[in-house]
Ligand binder design. Sequence first.
Ligand code: FES
Length: 108
Amino acid sequence: MSETWHRVAAAADIPEGRMQGFEIDGRDVVVCNSREGWFALDNVCTHAYARMHEGRLRGCRLICPLHGASFDVRDGSVLGAPATTPLATYPVRVVDGQVEVSLPSPAD
Ligand code: FES
C-alpha cells in the first residue's frame, strides 16, 4: 500500500498535551502531541458524531466531547464507553520542525 505524507502544521504550534484538527484530502484527522509523542487519528468519534479535537487529551487518553468515550491515542483502541469501535490511526512524523501525516493514497 502506498502512502502520501501531508504537511499539516509547524510542530511548535501544537505544544505537548495539545491537539489540533485538520482536513486532509477530505478526511477529518486529529493530530495529538501526547507525552509519548505524536499520533494522528480519525477526528470523528466512532460512537455518534463529534469531533475529537474539541474534547480533551489527558496523557495518552483522548476523550470525546459529546458522551465522554475515550480512546488510546497510540493505537486508537477504546478505553472507555460508550464507544465500542476503535478510531483509525495514521502514521505521523516530524520533519524539519513540520508535522506530517501519512494517509493511504486514494487508489488503495
Ligand atoms: S459521540 Fe463520542 S462518545 Fe458519543
